[in-house]
Design a binder for this molecule. Structure first.
Ligand code: BGC
Length: 761
């Protein structure tokens, strides 16, 4: 595990982009970026919080004992406020994704729920309401920095609370398995350890504001096509070693008050009535004590209650009011025992006590958007990924006198992903364009807001003449490019909930535009605003490529700081950029050619039954992302873990030890002439298996400075899940340890001998 003192000297931490008091409060946290001790340290913090709330189990039992049957029932379902008749909407209560009745006489408040992971979604709020819009999940994951992600969680939760919400539907951690999946931008990448660690810290941040965070969408809801009808068929071991592991780690670190079950079926059984997932795995194996809420419109029967679902969300958007009217029927015919209500109500109450929702009543207060914006900007600065920088074309010198900015509505704002995670940024939308098809077109718009890249670039290069061309006329744009010292092209591909991409290419002729600009000016820099990896057939023809993902309302300022060199980029890819779709496990998105449903059977919010039910399985099993590429010996365009800096680093002195515990110690040196943060990564190949990330660090180093890092492997990431033994097993043998700059760029390797060991599920 990471040697805290050596890795993060106070001076180096203070020198980071997050200078000042806000960042320093996270110093204590920044000591654990690697594997198992991070889990232990963080779990301790979550436990300490629980005990500060008294004994939440005892308090919940006490409250339950005083409640009437009706009051208990009230906790078990929520309403979608926008579908309530105005007269039925509770006065003075914020309108978001849901409300759940409280028990005022016992001091139990109403649960007021809002989306989501990227800030307070304001769909239900009065017109003109805004919130700080954070960079997308993929950008946050590109920071590889739990402290940064936690700071973001803390900020968005403080806004949620100030706006009158005490439950955030944040904590999306579905794994990126396919770069065409529409919601990947919300999530934290393809690796269970990285994604699980980061989501755990996001939840810690959110719950520090005394509100409940969820972790979602449990489980294997990794694509949008047919999300309400498809079944992902996967063996238990593969599930436990991939998607479920991300949830398991996230829950251990963050201890979220709630888990949200997903729309899809898993091995034929709908997630929200999947006893294997909700009871056997979540409760029995993982000891989870919070409650399970459904995704909006994801409940299929009243039996969900006995399978492990505790709360039906937004009951109007389900096919039936399962936990009210249908539950009455089930109770009277005995198919659901009355005790099931107590079990569910108790879990909900417990989370309300454990997170402090009950002890800290909501009192909406004014929001300091200026200081929250700094959190969004610092996050973007830490996660922007420099993919290519040939001939050190970046940073752009302050002596550049003519800069051409082209495309991507760079004169308007930055693009954001669509759907329930979307946040109307401070300043409001500057441009909204109808896009998408079907449900996606109904629920979202391609929207631009926040600081415009053009304005940010002008501010960062005050001496330069910065011209803009929208890129719609390729010849005109090329002549603008020709006249410039440097060209910055903003390429974009919008993504949204409820729709997957048909392919991985940039739309609307942008490849031709970029090729033409590169031919007109060899100093052409491409910045991608994308929710997924994309194909870049022109990559060899431009000297520099930057991934901004969807960078949030302050992303353009962070981008301009990277261009000018004020920020030294330190983002690293949390996903693989394939060189071609033929390298992917599946050449098409499953269900993309499934027969259309006879009718939109359940055309309500979140329900997208526009195809007939279909089943599929992932050929890669637990080997998602870089592991599949490793197993198949395929070379990606840009590998998982890749990211450049304006300085250079050397990783050496690798010493690995085995036995019962696998540990790797090595030295990281800044060999360039700028201060910067490295992200050394350690991968392990267990006998006969594809490589796997076991830990990393993000030390900040001054020129010439060295730090020693130790990373220790959690047995779950080097072991396999043995279904028969119902345990994790590390098999004895020789394991290859790789210290790398990315999943494909290895600095050193070492062999260790491991002894057999096992661990509970
Ligand atoms: C999404 C969830 C979201 C919920 C409430 C659903 O469509 O899948 O992520 O929290 O809506 O808005």
């Amino acid at each position: 595990m990471v040697n805290a003192r050596k890795r993060f000297g106070a001076a180096s931490v203070r020198a980071r982009a997050f200078a000042g008091a806000t960042y320093l409060s996270y110093v204590a946290l920044a000591i654990g970026v690697g594997a198992s001790p991070t889990l232990a340290q963080s779990a301790d913090r979550a436990a300490a919080k629980t005990s500060a709330a008294g004994d939440p189990d005892a308090r919940a039992r006490d409250a339950l004992a005083q409640m009437t049957a009706e009051e208990k029932r009230g906790l078990l379902y929520g309403s979608f406020p926008m579908l309530l008749a105005p007269a039925k909407r509770p006065a003075g209560v914020a309108s978001g994704a849901g409300i759940v009745t409280g028990v005022p006489r016992l001091g139990i408040p109403m649960q007021v729920q809002t989306d989501a992971s990227l800030g307070v979604n304001n769909i239900g709020q009065r017109k003109g309401d805004v919130a700080t819009s954070m960079p997308s999940g993929l950008l946050q994951a590109s920071t590889w920095d739990p402290a940064v992600v936690e700071a973001g969680g803390r900020m968005i939760a403080s806004e949620a609370r100030q706006k009158g919400f005490n439950v955030m539907l944040a904590g999306g951690v579905n794994l990126v398995r396919d770069p065409r999946a529409g919601r990947n931008f919300e999530y934290l990448g393809e690796d269970p350890l990285l994604a699980g660690t980061l989501v755990g810290h996001q939840i810690l941040g959110i719950q520090s504001a005394n509100i409940i965070s969820t972790i979602k969408h449990f489980a294997l809801n990794d694509q949008e096509t047919g999300r309400n009808v498809h079944s992902v068929n996967m063996g238990e071991a593969a599930m436990r070693e991939s998607d479920l592991l991300a949830f398991q780690i996230g829950i251990e670190i963050g201890n979220p008050g709630s888990v949200m079950c997903s729309y899809n079926r898993i091995n034929q059984v709908y997630a929200c009535e999947n006893k294997f997932l909700l009871t056997d795995v979540l409760r029995k194996d993982w000891g989870y004590k919070g409650y399970v809420m459904s995704d909006w419109g994801a409940v299929q029967s009243v039996n969900a209650l006995t399978a492990g679902l505790d709360q039906q969300s937004g009951e109007q958007v389900d096919v039936k009011r399962w936990f009210t009217k249908e539950l009455d029927v089930a109770l009277s015919n005995g198919s659901v025992p009355a005790s099931a209500i107590d079990v569910a109500a108790l879990r909900i109450l417990r989370s309300m006590y454990a997170t402090g929702v009950i002890d800290h009543p909501l009192e909406p207060t004014p929001i300091d958007y200026a200081s929250n914006g700094k959190v969004a900007r610092a996050t973007a600065a830490a996660g922007i990924v420099l993919l290519k920088n040939e001939g050190n074309v970046l940073p752009v010198a302050q002596t550049a006198s003519r800069i051409a900015v082209i495309g991507g509505h760079a004169d308007v704002g930055v693009i954001s992903g669509g759907g329930s995670s979307q946040v109307t940024p401070v300043g409001g939308w500057k441009l909204q364009v109808r896009s998408g098809t079907g449900l996606a077109a109904m629920i979202s718009r391609k929207s631009y807001g926040g600081t415009a890249p053009l304005d940010a670039i002008r501010a960062a290069f005050p001496q330069a003449q910065v011209t803009f061309d929208d890129g719609t006329d390729v010849a005109r744009a090329a002549s603008v490019a020709k006249a410039a010292d440097v060209v910055i092209v903003l390429a974009e591909k919008w993504a949204t909930e409820a729709e997957d991409h048909a392919d991985t290419s940039l739309p609307d002729g942008q490849d031709t535009l970029i090729e033409t600009l590169a031919a007109a000016n060899p100093r052409t820099v491409v910045a991608l605003q994308v929710g997924n990896p994309v194909q870049m057939p022109w990559a060899g023809k431009v000297p520099a490529i930057i991934s901004l993902w969807f960078p949030g309302q302050e992303g353009a300022s962070a981008f301009a700081d990277v261009l000018s060199g004020k920020v030294n980029p330190s983002g690293h890819l949390p996903v693989t950029f394939p060189a071609s779709v033929t390298q992917l496990p599946l050449t098409k998105v499953p269900g993309s050619d499934a027969p259309a449903a006879d009718k939109m059977t359940r055309a309500t919010y979140g329900i997208n039954a526009d195809t007939k039910p279909f089943d599929f399985s992932y050929p890669e099993g637990s080997d998602a992302g870089y592991r599949w590429f490793d197993a198949k010996k395929e070379q990606p365009a840009y590998a998982f873990g890749h990211g450049l800096s304006y300085t250079t680093f050397k990783y050496d002195g690798l010493k690995a030890t085995g036995g019962k515990t696998l540990a790797a110690t090595f030295t990281v040196t800044n060999t360039g002439n700028r201060e910067g943060a490295a992200v050394p990564q350690v991968y392990v190949r267990a006998p006969g298996k594809a490589k796997r990330l076991i830990g990393w660090a993000k030390p900040m180093l001054r020129p010439g400075e060295s730090k020693t890092v130790t990373v220790t492997a959690d047995p779950r990431v080097i072991g396999s899940f043995d279904e028969k033994a119902h345990r994790w097993v590390v098999t004895p043998g020789t394991y290859v340890v790789e210290l790398g700059y990315s999943a494909t760029d290895t600095a050193a390797t070492a062999n260790v001998k491991m002894q057999r060991q096992t661990r509970k599920p």
